[in-house]
Design a protein around this ligand. Structure first.
Ligand code: ZN
Length: 211
């Protein structure tokens, strides 16, 4: 089985006091023994993560699918601006909210406006209207934020999240509902700790900042 991650990302380009929020959520997950409190090499990324812990079984309806036996089984917390894309799973369509055209087959240079932090918009290459990036319809969904939580190989994460959302997660963080699966491209798998690429054609994840 190849490694993959599912990320929870707010639909907000700039999250206020994101490091404080990240720390609070991590402490909550640790308090329930869902993840370990210690940073280790347990994620397929240039970063380190918090390994899955015993308590994860208590919030999963499919605990047999949890990745206890895998090397990459942790939670990676991202606190810098990042495009949370789907890796080799690609994209089916990207629809502009103004002209309703699918622009997924256009030059993806238009993403650099957001990626370079020049604005929180995308400018449609067809109608040339800039619109806040979360108004565009990505299928499958992509995330755009400076905060995110990537769970590596937690196959039943969506079920886990439903459990979590019944508790304090959804009450405190109602926008943490943006989940999607990232499967690293082959080049990523061959080199588990690659240098991030700045090429607009390769929107590989950038190195996260430890909190
Ligand atoms: Zn347009």
């Amino acid at each position: 089985m190849s490694d993959s991650s599912i990320s929870i990302v707010p639909k907000l380009s700039v999250y206020p006091e994101r490091e404080i929020k990240a720390k609070a959520i991590l402490e909550w997950l640790v308090s329930l023994d869902i993840v370990s409190p210690f940073l280790t090499d347990c994620v397929l990324s240039s970063s380190h993560g918090y390994a899955i812990a015993e308590g994860a079984k208590n919030i999963s309806e499919e605990p047999e699918l949890l990745p206890y036996s895998l090397m990459n089984n942790g939670l990676e917390i991202i606190t810098e601006r990042r495009i949370f894309h789907t890796g080799q799973n690609g994209i089916d369509s990207l629809v502009c909210p103004v002209c309703s055209q699918d622009i997924s087959n256009k030059d993806w240079e238009f993403l650099s406006e957001w990626d370079d932090n020049r604005s929180n918009n995308l400018t449609c290459p067809l109608c040339n209207v800039p619109t806040e990036i979360h108004q565009f319809k990505f299928t499958p969904e992509w995330g755009f934020s400076d905060l995110g939580f990537a769970f590596w190989n937690w196959g039943s994460l969506k079920t886990v999240l439903l459990k979590i959302s019944g508790k304090s997660w959804a009450v405190t963080y109602p926008w943490f509902i943006h989940a999607f699966r990232f499967t690293p491209p082959e080049s990523f798998l061959k080199s588990p700790k690659p240098q991030p690429s700045a090429s607009p054609d390769d929107v590989s994840p950038k190195a996260p900042i430890h909190i």
